[in-house]
Design a protein around this ligand. Structure first.
Ligand code: SAM
Ligand code: SF4
Length: 335
């Protein structure tokens, strides 16, 4: 059974779904969560069977790439069952890529089973190689455990991309050591500009904002940068460092407009579908999912949601204020 593809009002085909399978995490990164987060009651979460049904419906409707995220996806109980369920779409050819974004803490345990299920590439978030700074930024994380997890991923044959949030006054001084480490370990690397998500609380996101255009200028002091044409339908732009041959990505939702090629939507662990990371509008898919055992109501709700996908986001750090500030946390929508 297959359905007509999902095309939004701006003629963008929706082929990429990011799914947050939990809002919980074993870390408390300062730019992502407050120290004392209140999490959703378990009863509110979609069950793994419901997540399977929802994702399978999207795959039937033309989604070819699935990224599992959170919270920390690998702390969700029984998560391998869900990956197993999604692996059948890889086997059928309907799904081209099954991947995840993780903080790396559980990879020693999960890397091999994930690779066996057909996961080929993963993103691991890592902002510093200094154990004390790592403990400071993640509050609860420990660097050796994550480095060991990354090593396990490579042993299992997974390609690793390191995602680093560029944080002013925090990892500015590690720009080259991080790049050199990724080159030595053969990891791809992407820098992310910090986004105004969640309540600012004790951390002022504007103080942490290190524009990637500055970071690029610093890179250009040491390397010859060649702009690459590669686009993935998201906010990432890539350069090659000619001296090392490394490909470096930049995710700059605040300084570039990438919306015109946006091919993605995001599903939360409670079944809310966000059509844009930077807008509040969302569609509840849990109600149609639970209202009947056949997927007709669900498909209708998904089509109605895609018909509302906005043209673009409203983030803007310009001048003194943070405009377009989102009140929900990244761990809710899934980064
Ligand atoms: N726990 C997993 C992890 O850390 O990779 C997956 C979820 S996490 C929310 C996904 C990504 O969002 C991470 O790379 C994290 O660094 C990034 N992130 C979280 N809060 C952010 C913020 N305010 N601005 C930019 N990136 C953020
Ligand atoms: Fe957890 Fe990832 Fe958020 Fe850090 S960025 S607190 S690891 S969900």
């Amino acid at each position: 059974m297959s359905s007509a593809p999902l095309i939004d009002p701006f003629a963008r085909a929706i082929s990429y779904l990011r799914v947050s399978v939990t809002d919980r995490c074993d870390f408390r990164c300062t730019y992502c969560m407050t120290e004392h987060m209140s999490f959703l009651p378990k009863a509110e979460l979609l069950s793994l069977e419901e997540l399977d049904r929802l994702c399978s419906t999207f795959v039937r409707m033309g989604v070819e790439k699935l990224r599992i995220t959170g919270g920390e996806p690998l702390v969700r109980k029984g998560i391998l069952t869900f990956f197993e369920a999604m692996a059948r779409h890889l086997a059928s050819g309907a799904l081209k890529e099954l991947t995840l974004t993780t903080n790396g803490s559980q990879l020693r345990r999960f890397a091999k089973p994930l690779a066996d299920l057909g996961v080929r590439r993963i993103n691991v978030s890592l902002d510093t190689l200094d154990p004390a700074k790592f403990a400071q930024i993640t509050r609860w994380g420990r660097l050796p455990q994550v480095l060991d997890g990354i090593a396990a991923a490579r042993e299992a044959g997974l390609r690793v991309k390191i995602n680093t949030v560029a944080l002013k006054g925090f990892n500015e001084d590690e720009l080259f050591s991080l790049i050199d480490w990724c080159a030595a370990e053969d990891h791809d690397m992407t820098f992310i500009e910090v986004m105004p998500m969640g309540d600012l609380g004790e951390e002022d996101r504007l103080d942490q904002y290190w524009p990637l255009r500055d970071l690029r200028t610093r890179l250009a002091d040491r390397f010859t940068l060649t702009e690459l044409a590669e686009r993935t339908g998201g906010p990432a732009r890539y350069v090659r460092l000619e001296e090392s041959g490394q490909k470096i990505g930049f995710i700059t939702p605040l300084t570039h407009n990438f919306c015109e090629s946006c091919n993605r939507v995001r599903l939360t662990c409670t079944g809310e579908l966000y059509m844009c990371l930077g807008q509040e509008d969302m569609a509840d898919l849990r109600a149609p999912l639970r209202s009947s055992l056949d997927d007709a109501a669900l498909e209708t709700a998904i089509r109605a949601a895609i018909a509302r996908k906005p043209k673009g986001h409203d983030f803007d750090y310009s001048r003194q204020g943070v405009k377009g500030q989102m009140t929900r946390h990244m761990s809710h929508t899934g980064g």
